[in-house]
Design a protein around this ligand. Structure first.
Ligand SMILES: *Cc1c(COP(=O)(O)O)cnc(C)c1O
Length: 366
């Protein structure tokens, strides 16, 4: 990709680092109870963790979370003094690398705690950890019985310094869902049975649930990247990505001629079809076949036919001014991420994290 300049690229993904930093500042202002971490798992939701994490750090962010150890190792050299946590837990055999690289495991079971305790004993040092309590997600995290076991036997945490005790909200984007308050109360009750430690609750949407959900550390990901944390209200976050694609070809179709694999769309009238070099291999969902749109000059071109691996086709019949080489907007001011997600019957997270490696990436520097 490096040989290709923006002027000759087929599709350009623009990533606005100042907007990500501005979103972090907005979230920080909304969470005065404690610092706001940067969740940079899944390569910063597809946008590039090695770009995003240093930009946030420069702005004052000092806590970062990834899902995998490998993701944390990739940013550790760039952020030597940051608190780096691995959300998915501790896999046996990785204890020493966590310790040596000062990467904090988020421990979510008694066996994981035992691994870390043993590492502390081997190292003859006290090691930091974050404890994850399950309050309703039922994926990772200590069960109530495991919390009870820890409460009954403090030796289980020997050699472990609790940096945070955390939980994760199930439906924080639905402010009225009683599960939020249920989880908050359950977390408070379970955390109270553990040795005193700072607490961490809110993801992006949790920050907008109000002061009851504030804690010593918030953990937003999505909102940093412009995803609306309050889906039933106007988006308070700045958009951070723009995706545009060049029209590779424009062709005239006679009525009855078909477009794409399996001929799922046929011209009902004389038509013009515009083709772009973006397909499902680039994370442009195949589910958008005959459903999505692109924007030219502020107006919609309906997506017609199947999205294929490397190409997608749009009906440009009502856009006589469109020429080969013109740029269509796929994600941007006229077609926000939320609109693409809705058309694809998924959420904004999935669209963002799927954006593929073939786009020419233009990074607006922080
Ligand atoms: C992904 C994740 C977050 C961030 O959630 P967003 O909805 O993207 O803000 C926070 N905490 C945990 C445990 C996560 O897995």
């Amino acid at each position: 990709m490096s040989a290709v300049e923006a002027e000759t690229a087929a599709a350009i993904l623009t990533i606005d680092l100042p907007a990500i930093v501005a979103n972090w500042r907005t979230l920080s202002a909304r969470h005065p109870a404690g610092p706001v971490a940067g969740v940079v798992k899944a390569d910063a939701y597809g946008l590039g963790a090695t770009l995003v994490a240093p930009a946030l750090h420069e702005a004052g962010c000092r806590h970062f979370f990834t899902a995998h150890l490998e993701e944390a190792l990739a940013i550790r050299p760039l952020l030597p003094d940051a608190v780096l946590g691995v959300l998915n837990g501790l896999i046996a055999g990785t204890e020493a690398i966590h310790r040596v690289q000062s990467i904090i495991p988020v421990l979510g079971s008694l066996p994981e705690i035992a691994l870390w305790r043993a590492e502390a004993a081997r190292a003859g040092a006290s090691l930091p950890a974050i404890l994850h309590i399950d309050t309703g997600m039922s994926r990772l995290g200590l069960t109530e019985a495991e919390v009870a076991a820890l409460a009954a036997d403090p030796a289980l945490l020997a050699g472990i310094t609790l940096r945070y005790v955390m939980t994760h909200l199930v439906s924080a984007e639905s402010a009225d869902d009683p599960l939020n308050e249920h989880q908050r109360a359950r977390f408070a009750a379970l955390a109270a049975r553990l040795p005193p430690a700072p607490r961490s609750i809110a993801n992006s949407s949790g920050i907008f649930l109000g002061p009851r959900f504030a804690s010593d550390l918030a953990r937003p990901g999505a909102a940093l990247y412009g995803i609306n944390p309050v889906p039933d209200q106007p988006n308070p976050m700045r958009p951070v990505v723009r995706l545009t694609a060049r029209v590779l070809s424009l062709r005239a179709l006679e009525p009855g001629e078909s477009v794409g694999y399996n001929a799922t769309w046929r011209a009902a009238r004389g038509s013009r079809i515009a083709t772009i070099a973006v397909g499902y291999a680039d994370g442009w969902p195949r589910r958008l076949s005959n459903r999505g749109a692109a924007i030219f000059d502020g107006r919609r071109l309906p997506l017609v036919g199947r999205v294929s691996m490397d190409l997608t086709t749009y009906d440009a019949t009502d856009h006589p001014g469109l020429r080969p080489g013109d740029w269509l907007e796929l994600i941007g001011p006229a077609q926000p991420l939320a609109a693409v997600a809705e058309a694809a019957e998924t959420n904004e997270y999935e669209i963002l994290t799927a954006l593929g490696p073939r786009y020419h990436r233009v990074v607006v520097a922080a």
